[in-house]
Design a protein around this ligand. Structure first.
Ligand SMILES: Cc1cc2nc3c(=O)[nH]c(=O)nc-3n(C[C@H](O)[C@H](O)[C@H](O)COP(=O)(O)OP(=O)(O)OC[C@H]3O[C@@H](n4cnc5c(N)ncnc54)[C@H](O)[C@@H]3O)c2cc1C
Ligand code: FES
Length: 354
């Protein structure tokens, strides 16, 4: 058993135990102590904190997300840092009434079904060994079975009212170790998978009654689907929701029938705008999702926004939203950063702090 060290989290003064082979973020989240995080793999810099006392090993932190001078000045990425002594950190621990803290736990799941739902995209349904408490929009970490210690994160598309059978929507990444190398190659119904979670703070804000625009690129629709189902089907408080889902053409778009049915069932609360960048077709808007949104709204003052998808798409959406007079505090977002972004420095947008 590796040595265990005490981590003191300031300014709240909470103390948690952390094994020497465990990241400080993991120890905090499992103990129910919220600290900011997003990618959980050393790329986005959301979890950056001051190490006030003690020694840490920086692990696989990207040199773009944590620069050498920041290491020298005593900063660390909590999702990569492991303790080498008792440690005192100062993190940006803001209590958010909208986001109940559900401690991270390990789960065993059984794959119920795998369906091809769009080009290079699969829906994977997984039944857990017990119920999962989570907030609509959060994600789970998957342990890749043939590579000990290798994990990948996938968002939950099911609402919290469905706590045992989870829905994931996964895009194949060419050359990707988890998606192409496992989920699209050998994963089968009946297989057992090891998951942990829930993670993340890209969640439906139930205290915000303003109208919301929800902008999704590709499988960025997954957490947004959870939010929409939570608001419409579970009755969670939320203002009117307008969904913009962008894809190249119809082959890359999915769940259009689901969203059209929700639009019919909740005409006052939900509108659906599927956008095709490379195809003109009846029932779909033509153009980039950001251009369609920009043409729809002279201003977005008085709205809030949720944005999720690949980093480039999220960056474009942020520019559009801010150009339409939306303030940073009114924009919630999640970038699907991957190992390529970690290696090349494609980190969170400098346009906004989280
Ligand atoms: C919070 C969050 C939620 C997410 N939710 C979803 C979701 O719901 N659905 C979904 O489809 N995806 C989601 N993702 C993305 C997902 O986690 C994976 O990043 C994605 O599936 C790729 O993983 P992979 O193992 O298949 O590819 P990887 O092996 O991680 O490779 C990804 C890319 O990086 C390149 N690469 C790998 N290593 C290097 C290197 N050292 N140098 C340069 N390039 C490199 C590869 O060639 C490839 O192009 C989410 C990401 C985050 C951060
Ligand atoms: S959560 Fe630690 S760098 Fe992204």
């Amino acid at each position: 058993m590796p040595p265990i060290h005490r981590i003191t989290i300031e300014p709240v003064g909470r103390v948690v135990d952390c094994r020497e082979d465990q990241t400080i973020l993991d120890a905090c989240l499992r103990a129910g102590v919220w600290v900011p995080h997003s990618c959980t793999h050393g790329t986005c810099a959301t979890c950056k904190a001051e190490v006030l006392d003690g020694d840490v090993e920086h692990g696989a932190a990207s040199s773009f997300a944590l620069m050498d001078f920041e290491r020298d000045e005593g900063r660390a990425l909590l999702c990569c840092a492991t303790p080498r002594s008792d440690v005192v950190i100062e993190a940006d621990v803001d209590v958010d009434e909208d986001v109940p803290v559900h401690p991270v736990q390990d789960y065993t799941g059984t794959v119920l079904s795998i369906d091809n739902i769009a080009a290079e995209t699969r829906r994977i349904m997984v039944e857990l060994d017990r119920d999962l408490a989570f907030n609509a929009g959060q994600y789970m970490s998957w342990q890749v079975p043939f590579a000990p210690g290798l994990t990948r994160t996938y968002s939950l598309a099911n609402p919290p009212s469905q706590p045992r059978v989870l829905e994931f929507q996964v895009r194949r990444t060419p050359g990707g170790r988890c998606s192409e190398g496992w989920l699209f190659r050998s994963l089968s119904a009946g297989d057992t998978v090891a998951l942990s979670g829930p993670y993340g703070r890209f969640v439906l804000r139930t205290s915000r009654p303003e109208p919301a625009v929800l902008i999704a690129g590709g499988t960025g629709i997954a957490p947004i689907t959870s939010m929409i189902k939570h608001a419409l089907l579970d009755g969670a408080p939320a203002g009117p929701l307008t969904l913009y889902h962008g894809a190249r053409d119809q082959a890359w778009l999915y769940d259009t029938e689901l969203f059209r049915e929700l639009e019919l069932a909740f005409p006052q609360r939900f509108s659906y705008r599927p956008c095709l960048a490379d195809e003109v077709a009846t029932g779909f808007s033509s153009g980039l999702v950001t251009d369609v949104l920009a043409a729809d709204y002279p201003t977005l003052a008085g709205h809030i926004a949720y944005v999720c998808g690949p980093p480039g798409m999220v960056e474009g959406a942020l520019r559009t939203l801010m150009g339409k007079r939306l303030f940073p505090r009114d924009i919630y977002r999640e970038e699907f950063l991957d190992e390529g972004d970690k290696a090349t420095g494609g980190m969170r947008s400098p346009l906004l702090r989280r």
